[in-house]
Design a protein around this ligand. Sequence first.
Ligand code: NAD
Ligand code: UDP
Length: 339
Amino acid sequence: MKKILLAGGAGYIGSHTAVELINSGYDVIIADNYSNSCPEAVRRIEEITGKSVKAYELDIKDKTALETVFKENKIDAVIHFAGLKAVGESVAKPVLYYRNNIDTTLSLLECMEEFGVKNIIFSSSATVYGEENPVPYTEKMKRGTCTNPYGWTKVMMEQILEDAANADKELSVVLLRYFNPIGAHESGKIGEDPQGIPNNLMPYVAQVAVGRREKLTIFGNDYDTPDGTCRRDYIHVVDLAKGHVKAIDYILSHEGVEIFNLGTGTPYSVTEIVETFENVNDMKINHVYGDRRPGDLPESYANADKALEVLGWKTEKTLADMCRDTWNWQKNNPNGYKK
Ligand code: NAD
Ligand code: UDP
């Protein structure tokens, strides 16, 4: 059975990917410092899959600690989810973001070289298309200019991984550019559990729904979009997780560097998200319109053709599924993984 190391595997996307990999016959090993997650997420992965999961509590930046994982397990491929991801925080604490996100990548690459591991999949983001590329984004476009340090860490990490693959022809790299993952596993046992005030739209909506926040502020309704609010390519996290399984199947038999957009290709506005959440879950979401949020682009969505052509992957779930599954997770876990 092929062993896949999930760096940051206890987090939102990592936990859903762990479930899909296990269900597809892979063995997963999680390494996480729980800086933005908790061991309970690993327990829930075990509950959903009925399999026990080996998990290491460690900082991926700590190469000595990471070596233990590679020594104790014959790893076939790494998926690198371990990063800090709050855009606003990255503006306030850029050094923390560069240190954490770049160093985790370097530690992983060094350990992979030391132990002869030749496959790495990286959690990149649509943010690397920057301000100047037109929508829909295709993988052939050049990386653009980011508006914040978080985005720049993704640009830099993509470059580092490409350079490493250029130098070692046996090294295979897949860069997965996620669009806007939302939703939760249909069991309601795992989902997004942000610490503090959510930065992202869907967890904010879910916390208004469950009564933890009074109202949602919609950031700007004067954009040049059909209803004036920003449009994004929201993707169900389970579809995204299945994209990782396809990428693992692919990387185990291919060499070189490949980039894939993981999105639906269909944008929805903030207002459409709120309305769909209200309709699907039969409730009202208290909201007001406020100022634009600095750095927000009016529109971001994928051309998702390459993932279909090369990986045979496309999304299956609807926006209604995303809204229903988010609420199912939130209502069953009003305080996230905390009791
Ligand atoms: P998350 O915060 O839920 O998961 C990241 C995990 O990495 C957490 O469990 C955290 O504890 C762990 N981690 C962070 N630094 C670590 C370190 N130094 N050592 C060990 N573990 C560490 O985030 P997520 O939403 O699951 O995102 C996963 C990856 O996908 C991130 O790299 C993120 O930047 C990227 N991404 C996310 C989104 C999104 O909207 N969620 C969009 C595009 C890209
Ligand atoms: N958004 C909003 N109110 C919030 C959070 C987000 O109106 O409290 C909007 C935001 O301006 C953007 C969209 O929702 O247009 C998606 O934002 P998110 O932070 O989830 O994703 P990203 O901006 O990274 O695409």
